[in-house]
Write a protein that binds this ligand. Structure first.
Ligand SMILES: Nc1ncnc2c1ncn2[C@@H]1O[C@H](COP(=O)(O)OP(=O)(O)OP(=O)(O)O)[C@@H](O)[C@H]1O
Length: 353
């Protein structure tokens, strides 16, 4: 049942609905067996990109290559891919077993092969004991595993998934996302995954395409996006809580505004992740006097909301046992290499560590 994956390449993908441009010319690719995630806020165009890849919608312009073959003009049925949606789309009147092998039946695969494939996939997805049940007799997580099993049994080398975990509770989401990731690695199928959840994207993907308003804002490994956000949008979208973005004047940082190339003074925003700041300023290259506004207890961490002397708000993720008090005055600190610089005018990254 091991289906070797295929590569996918998308070039200058454009889509307009009437006068509304939804995809503005997006390029990305993923190698065979890779896991690519389209990540971005609601309405940025990620589901549209997936529909174009699947063939459920026609492109306005651009090219889609699967295994190096141009499939842009091919109907969905000829693209040899599987899809998993947010709402599982199981047939309520069919048993789990019938749901899983439905596609094989339609394709008139011999009965003995259907049964053998069903057995293998049911074991893989821990569904063997549930095969006689109807979908309504399953939990949300079990239903989602049936939807995944149905795609896996079809042995497609490329599987598209559109927010498949968003109906599940937090614990199940974490369990099933690691299951999907390990299936991708074990079976070698290529996965293109859509989510607005950055932690899902970071934890599962080989490559992330971060989208905003129909454009790919940054493409890279999860670590690239976290360590070197290309602009303030990427800095704010990746990481929980998001990166603090402070005007240099708020944190009293003179001399940080000279452009490396031209030497010109530029207004910058200083970005520092909450987890890269300390409350005691010990060993820090920069220190900023500030006041505690409020404290959120999150179990493993205190999220300390602070205000600089100029009134700028920011957050520090504090792992110490001591709980800061609202009103307390502190020197927050960070290391030189924890700071990211962005142009205040364009939002683009202007300094690299
Ligand atoms: N069939 C359609 N006709 C007209 N506009 C559409 C159609 N489908 C999507 N859109 C618009 O295209 C834009 C992108 O939608 P899309 O579903 O791709 O976004 P998304 O990033 O997947 O968002 P979400 O996470 O909310 O699903 C939205 O503004 C949406 O209203």
């Amino acid at each position: 049942m091991s289906a070797p994956g295929v590569s996918l390449e998308v070039c200058n993908l454009r889509k307009s609905w009437g006068a509304t441009d939804v995809l503005m010319g997006v390029d990305f690719d993923i190698q065979a067996g890779g896991f690519l995630t389209l990540l971005g806020p609601s309405g940025c165009g990620k589901s549209t990109a997936l529909k174009l890849i699947s063939g459920l919608e026609d492109v306005s312009d651009g090219q889609i290559l699967i295994a190096g073959q141009d499939v842009t003009a091919k109907p969905a049925a000829e693209r040899n891919l599987g899809m998993v949606f947010q709402n599982y789309a199981l047939f309520p009147h069919m048993s789990v077993a019938e749901n899983i092998i439905y596609g094989l039946k339609v394709r008139k695969i011999p009965k003995a092969t259907q049964i053998a494939s069903l057995k293998r996939v049911a074991e893989l997805m821990a569904l063997s004991k549930l095969l006689d049940r109807k979908p309504a007799q399953l939990s949300g997580g079990q239903q989602q595993r049936v939807a995944l099993a149905r795609v896996l049994v079809s042995e497609r080398p490329l599987v598209l998934m559109d927010e498949p975990l968003s109906n599940l509770d937090a614990k199940l989401r974490v369990e099933i996302r690691s299951e999907i990731r390990s299936l991708n690695k074990r079976l070698g199928i290529t996965v293109v995954y859509v989510t607005h959840d950055q932690s899902e994207a970071l934890s599962m993907s080989d490559k992330v395409v971060l989208m905003s308003d129909g454009n790919a804002v940054q493409i890279g490994t999860p670590k690239d996006l976290y360590d070197r956000p290309a602009n303030t949008f990427a800095a704010s979208f990746i990481g929980t809580p998001p990166m603090n973005l402070l005007a240099a004047s708020d944190v009293a940082l003179p001399g940080w505004v000279a452009d490396d190339a031209t030497g010109e003074q530029r207004d910058v925003l200083v970005g520092v992740r909450p987890e890269a700041m300390t409350l005691d300023g010990q060993g820090a290259d920069f220190r900023v006097p500030c006041k505690v506004a409020s404290v959120e207890y999150e179990g493993s961490v205190f999220l300390v909301h602070l205000q600089s002397q100029s009134g700028a708000p920011f957050i520090v993720a504090h792992h110490g046992a001591d709980e800061p008090e609202p009103g307390q005055e502190l020197d927050v600190g960070w290391a030189n290499d924890a700071a990211h610089l962005f142009s205040k005018a364009s939002g683009q990254r202007i300094s690299n560590r």
